[in-house]
Design a protein around this ligand. Structure first.
Ligand SMILES: [Zn+2]
Length: 611
């Protein structure tokens, strides 16, 4: 089986929920980020990221400023801009992208090396401290941007820059040993391999994966002392091998540990590499880790990495709602992982996870105006302690304008802007629809248009057009769907259910209607999650709900949601929070979790005491 995702250029998202958010990306967020990178937003945290490239190119004098991985902000913005260009013509943006890419080209060294921190500040220390210095991480993001600009926007220049960069890295690390301190380049090299067909990049990705954990003391042995220098603003203990998952070979890892983004970026790479090579042990490790995370280490929102210390996974079932870290990037990474798992196996569990992440943990990272972002995504906020009390320093009641460590905003922007690439896959004669998002797609032998009332109602219609041959359509039925009915051309459809997908034979002109109940449901955590024992949350369809103080002036701390309290689904309110379906239970008013913190400082809770 060789399932491949349909590239976003073959898909246009048409549904109201997501197309409006994609427009927010193209019209507001991506231009706003560019102004941040150019230090043009008054009052926002200084970025200096473009200036760093100018200095590396010898076109500006001054000092490098920012995190050691500041370059990755430019790379992620370029990747998001690439998808923006694919979503609609924007000659001005296209010209500015070309300018930035040309600048990056001038900042690249003659041997292919590309990193502004080391070029400007410590040219003698290139690749000496892989643990902390993020050179391979930044290279990975740049490679992803290069691939995206080529695939989505037809621009070749950054891809060529990145090929020189990747060759420089492979020239070195195919011979000498090296392990990326922050995994990222592995998944990027896989993408570069996919687009170029050049086996060397696959080999390099595999070598980085293979070396990791072979010698648990590798970083301790290979990290030079650097007294007084704090790369990236913090010191990583080379002996903390759990932090970056370097204590156990990747194929033997059984549970998620350490820094969540590092862990899941690596899993996304492992899944893609397992697909490319047929490496069964790698694939089994991915499946094991997927189960470990989704069954024992993930919040009901899809957030992962519960602990603020090291932005990390901790032990199983340690999921406090109020001290939750749940980095936005980690939720985005889970979407990458789910997408790559779907290429290994059309299993609805992966599509369910993808759905959970995009509608909840990831989406909550963004303000409705597209300009403010959460890094941390708690499931409970008390303004009296948030940001202040020990243990709650990381928890904020409102999204800040920008972060000195700006990893999350562009990560979310690239996910939303490229969401079309997550909807469909193909495999021989079968076309898979993973998400019930309205779109038009050139999939398999046909053009398929989907109209969907999601996420507010469980209704969608697929119309097959311009198909010369019959084919098989596999539609993912979300696991929460109740009483699902499929009709083909007005009649009960003959289907085969397998792993959460409804398979049916279709041909030109067919109309497939799917409908199911989206009754409000109570969500409980495993009894071993001590913090939420005896508590319940509300969900409907793909959306998890929360309660905010502004809607519930009596306060939330003493509020209860008794077991027998009926949950009412209220009418769609187009004026509230960009248009939502609120719910009401026991006198409490609930809104979708993703929409919280859009109305000022506020108490918020996902879980309520049931008795
Ligand atoms: Zn982040």
């Amino acid at each position: 089986m060789s399932i491949r995702a349909l590239p976003m250029r073959k898909v246009r998202i048409t549904d109201a929920f997501w197309s409006s958010r994609q427009r927010l990306m193209t019209d507001v967020t991506i231009p706003y980020m560019e102004r941040i990178l150019r230090d043009e937003v008054p009052g926002a945290e200084k970025s200096h990221a473009i200036s760093n490239f100018r200095m590396a190119a010898g076109e500006e004098s001054g000092e490098f400023y920012g995190m050691v991985f500041q370059d990755s902000d430019v790379a992620k913005w370029l990747e998001a801009a690439a998808y923006s260009l694919a979503l609609g013509d924007d000659p001005a943006l296209s010209a500015r992208v070309d300018d930035v890419v040309a600048l990056i080209g001038r900042a690249q060294q003659a041997d292919g090396y590309l990193n502004t921190y080391f070029t400007v500040k410590e040219p003698e220390n290139r690749f000496k401290n892989l643990l902390e210095c993020h050179e391979l991480y930044c290279a990975g993001h740049m490679i992803e941007a290069g691939v995206a600009l080529y695939e989505a926007a037809g621009k070749r220049e950054l891809l060529d820059i990145c090929i020189r960069l990747a060759d420089h890295i492979a020239d070195r690390f195919m011979l000498e040993e090296g392990i990326p301190g922050h995994q990222e380049i592995e998944l990027a090299l896989m993408r570069l391999y996919r687009v170029t067909g050049c086996r060397r990049y696959l080999d390099m990705a595999m070598r980085f994966l293979d070396l990791r954990g072979q010698d648990p003391n590798w970083f301790a042995k290979h990290t030079p002392p650097h007294p007084g220098v704090h790369y990236g603003g913090y010191d990583i203990d080379p002996k903390d091998t759990v932090y970056n998952q370097s204590d156990v070979p990747v194929r033997e890892q059984t549970t998620a540990r350490g820094h969540a983004v590092r862990q899941v970026y690596m899993l996304a790479a492992m899944a893609d590499a397992a697909h490319a090579t047929g490496d069964e042990r790698l694939r089994h490790a991915c499946e094991r880790m997927f189960d470990a995370i989704t069954q024992r280490q993930m919040y009901v929102t899809g957030a992962i990495g519960s602990n603020a210390h090291h932005e990390s996974f901790t032990s199983d079932y340690d999921l406090p709602p109020d001290r939750c870290y749940g980095e936005t990037c980690a939720a985005v990474a889970m979407a990458f992982f789910a997408k790559n798992m779907l290429a290994l196996d059309a299993d609805g569990r992966y599509a369910d996870l993808l759905e959970l992440e995009i509608y909840n943990a990831a989406l909550a990272g963004m303000q409705m105006d597209g300009k403010r972002f959460f890094y941390v995504n708690p499931l409970e906020v008390d303004p009296a302690v948030a940001g202040k009390a020990p243990g709650y320093e990381h928890v904020l009641t409102e999204r800040p304008q920008w972060h000195s460590c700006a990893c999350c905003p562009p990560n979310l922007a690239r996910l939303i802007a490229s969401l079309g690439g997550y909807l469909w896959s193909e495999d021989g004669n079968t076309v898979y629809s993973h998400l019930l998002i309205g779109s038009k797609a050139a999939a398999g032998p046909a053009e398929i248009s989907v109209k969907s009332a999601y996420p507010w109602e469980g209704r969608a219609e697929y119309v097959i057009q311009r198909s010369s041959v019959p084919f098989e359509l596999a539609i993912h039925i979300p696991s929460h769907a109740e009483n699902a009915v499929l009709q083909k051309n007005g009649k009960h459809a003959q289907i085969r259910m397998e792993k959460g997908y409804a398979y049916l034979h279709v041909q030109d002109g067919d109309k497939i209607k799917i409908s199911f109940d989206m009754l409000p449901r109570r969500v409980y955590t495993d009894a071993r999650v001590a913090d939420t024992a005896g508590k319940t949350a509300l969900a409907r369809g793909p959306l998890l709900y929360c309660f905010e103080g502004i809607d519930n002036p009596g306060g939330l701390k003493a509020s209860k949601l008794p077991e027998d309290a009926e949950v009412h689904v209220l009418d769609y309110d187009e004026k509230l929070l960009g248009g939502i379906v609120p719910m009401e239970a026991a006198g409490l008013f609930a809104i979708p979790y993703y929409a919280w913190s859009n109305r000022g400082k506020n108490e918020m809770r996902v879980f309520m005491n049931e008795s």
